[in-house]
Design a binder for this molecule. Structure first.
Ligand code: SF4
Length: 238
């Protein structure tokens, strides 16, 4: 059994990227060293494993982010999701930086439980993207890697972590948070350097500011890219 460090789990509607509108069980894992100044889940950053609480302490109505975190095995977490959210097919694993944890055993267990997995990562870690040859019963085939990988590259952040080429290769979608023209230049460099022209590119205006939204909308139309508007915020969903 593998231990996973879990900040929270709750049901919501995916409001970002290609799966906007899809009901998901959001699993927020603990730990992130990227250090984005605009991060709205800073509580997930520290990962002192000795501070993890047992899964039996996990609250009945968990908040969207917490200063506490809990250790679950893949079996415990899958059972929790199956019992509490039987009608939701997609499980979105996010963080923190989820790909720092050894995700394949969890993804395998979720697939066996007939759940599909959407992984959101900054691209700075690849442990969670590893694909073994072990067989499991995904609805989409026998695999223990995520069914959809969104890499939201965080470039030049204070943590000085580099985007890993393996993460970009595994991506189905590149979702870039954009505040100004320079962010688009960095995205263009990333696409060119790593040959990402065939990926789905989604532009997400930072904090939904008017200026960033206009820039992203104009660029999406010009380039044929997607616009990711954090639609969950329009209806006050976490
Ligand atoms: Fe926050 Fe995500 Fe940036 Fe980590 S990668 S600091 S969790 S926004």
């Amino acid at each position: 059994m593998t231990t996973f460090y879990v900040n929270t789990v709750y049901p919501t509607i995916q409001g970002e990227g290609a799966y906007t509108g899809t009901p998901v069980v959001l699993v927020r894992l603990q730990g992130c060293g990227v250090g984005c100044p605009f991060c709205d889940t800073k509580e997930t950053w520290p990962l002192d494993e000795s501070a993890a609480l047992p899964s039996s302490d996990f609250p009945d109505n968990p908040p969207v982010v917490s200063h506490k975190f809990y250790k679950f095995t893949e079996k415990e977490l899958t059972t929790y999701i199956k019992e509490n959210f039987p009608h939701i097919t997609w499980v979105m694993i996010t963080g923190g930086e989820p790909a720092s944890q050894d995700l394949p055993p969890l993804i395998h267990a979720l697939h066996v439980a007939r759940k599909l997995v959407l992984l959101e990562t900054s691209g700075t870690a690849v442990k969670g993207l590893y694909t073994s040859t072990r067989s499991c019963a995904s609805l989409f085939g026998n695999k223990d890697s995520a069914d959809w990988v969104t890499v939201s590259p965080k470039l030049n952040m204070p943590g000085q972590l580099r985007i890993k080429p393996q993460a970009l290769k595994a991506a189905d979608e590149i979702k870039m948070v954009v505040g100004k023209e320079r962010d688009l230049e960095l995205l263009d460099e990333l696409i060119e350097t790593h040959g990402l022209q065939d990926k789905i590119i989604s532009l997400q205006p930072i904090s939904l500011s008017k200026k960033a939204t206009e820039l992203c909308t104009r660029t999406a139309i010009e380039r044929g890219w997607h616009l990711s508007l954090q639609t969950h915020k329009f209806i006050n969903l976490p």
